[in-house]
Design a protein around this ligand. Structure first.
Ligand SMILES: NC(=O)c1ccc[n+]([C@@H]2O[C@H](COP(=O)([O-])OP(=O)(O)OC[C@H]3O[C@@H](n4cnc5c(N)ncnc54)[C@H](O)[C@@H]3O)[C@@H](O)[C@H]2O)c1
Ligand SMILES: [Zn+2]
Length: 375
């Protein structure tokens, strides 16, 4: 296959983690350069592409053609699409697949897919032969702005989501924004909740830009690339400050304590996608902040209005198939791994772009707030 003659310069974002530093390369059409980038990064290394069957149908031919054109030996491990693949049986399949293909310490695992493939392949890479390097090639908006960056990898256990895993930073992230052209709009919208989250955490100007430009972000082109690059810069900065989530990295959980509880109540099914739950969670976090007098009701309303305009759920009754009751939600939030010794740690806000970690949230007040919102 021939690479396009002229492509716009990609955007580079560096994740500064001393000897574990790496680049995120962002731009349209980058998949055509996958082989040459991998050959340049690790001359002579084989590439073991781990992907799911849906992504394989859309994008594996282009990825493999690019690798072959650069003379890279290709191995391939496929898993079924969906959250259920973040499991012990699929972890075994990927690890054994890598070994069967004779992937060695100097070779590379290429995680081509959304967050499910990224988390699973990243974890398999972390433990196979005591650690293989992984290149993340995210194919969903959520993966391009969030899960492919920062090194969290893992699978789900019967005890809960993401409870078995490892920190394993990639050696390179290649975000080809044109791969998102095949993504169902509902998935794109869900990923957008994480994009908006970066504005709400600490970049009010970015949130205002999104309010004005979100249609162009959905349409593709330069606005989409800008939104993805800005999000990656925000995540890279937070991860560089706090790789292991002992401090600032917790800010990335804005909307997630509420969100996870709704996701769990919906059985992690496609009744409610992760990003949809995050949108609802963000609206609740801002609503609760307003209720505590930390910000004005008008500001909380502005956040809800933007997410609703995009088409994300912002009220509990937007969830198909009904909502859990307050007791169940409180119980689910208490099970969340962000809870320590019964104290709720929440990300609250003093305004748009002014989020902070609140570690002493009063259970009674929270329950009263939720009871009102679910009524
Ligand atoms: N590691 C982290 O830091 C981190 C952060 C956030 C989320 N996550 C994890 O990410 C997962 C969710 O990721 P996701 O939302 O990307 O879901 P996903 O990987 O399941 O992808 C969503 C769906 O889109 C399909 N798909 C992917 N790319 C496509 C494309 N380009 N065209 C058409 N279809 C495509 C997939 O096959 C799948 O059916 C969760 O398991 C979550 O726990 C991890
Ligand atoms: Zn998230």
């Amino acid at each position: 296959m021939t690479a396009p003659l002229r492509v716009p310069e990609p955007t580079m974002v560096r994740v500064a983690l001393a000897e574990r530093s790496y680049e995120i390369v962002i731009g349209r059409g980058l998949i055509a350069w996958l082989g040459s980038r991998i050959a340049a990064l690790r001359p002579g290394a084989a590439a073991a592409v781990v992907t799911d069957e849906t992504v394989a149908r859309h994008h594996l031919p282009a990825a493999e053609a690019a690798l072959a054109a650069a003379g890279v030996r290709i191995a391939r491990v496929l898993v079924p699409p969906g959250e259920a693949s973040k499991s012990w049986p699929m972890l075994e399949r990927v690890c054994d697949g890598l070994l069967a293909e004779k992937i060695e310490r100097r070779d590379l695992v290429v995680a081509l897919g959304g967050g499910v493939v990224g988390d699973l392949a990243g974890f398999a890479a972390a433990i196979t032969r005591r650690g293989l390097d992984v290149v993340q090639v995210p194919t969903t908006l959520l993966a391009q702005v969030d899960s492919s960056v920062g090194g969290k990898t893992g699978i789900n256990s019967r005890h809960g989501k993401n409870l078995v895993g490892a920190f394993h930073q990639p050696v390179l992230v290649i975000a080809d924004t044109s791969l998102l052209d095949t993504l169902p709009v509902r998935e794109f919208r869900a990923g957008y909740a994480e994009v908006a989250k970066y504005g709400l955490i600490n970049d009010a100007a970015f949130f205002a830009w999104l309010e004005a430009n979100w249609c162009d972000v959905f349409a593709g082109g330069p606005a989409r690339d800008h939104a993805i690059a800005t999000s990656c810069r925000a995540k890279a900065a937070i991860v560089a400050r706090d790789e292991r989530e002992t401090g600032d990295r917790q800010l990335l959980n804005l909307g997630h304590t509420f969100g996870h509880a709704f996701e769990a109540a919906a059985g992690f099914s496609d009744r409610l996608l992760h990003g949809e739950a995050v949108a609802l969670g963000i609206v609740l976090a801002y609503g609760f902040s307003a209720r505590l007098g930390l910000l004005s009701p008008a500001e909380a309303e502005r956040v809800a209005a933007h997410l609703a305009a995009v088409g994300l759920p912002t009220r509990a009754d937007d969830i198909r198939g009904g909502t859990p009751d307050v007791d169940r939600l409180m119980e689910l939030m208490a099970q969340d791994k962000k809870v320590r010794r019964g104290q709720f740690t929440f990300i609250l806000a003093r305004g748009i772009g002014k989020s902070f970690i609140a570690s002493d949230v009063e259970t009674g007040e929270l329950r009263a707030f939720l009871a009102e919102k679910l009524a």
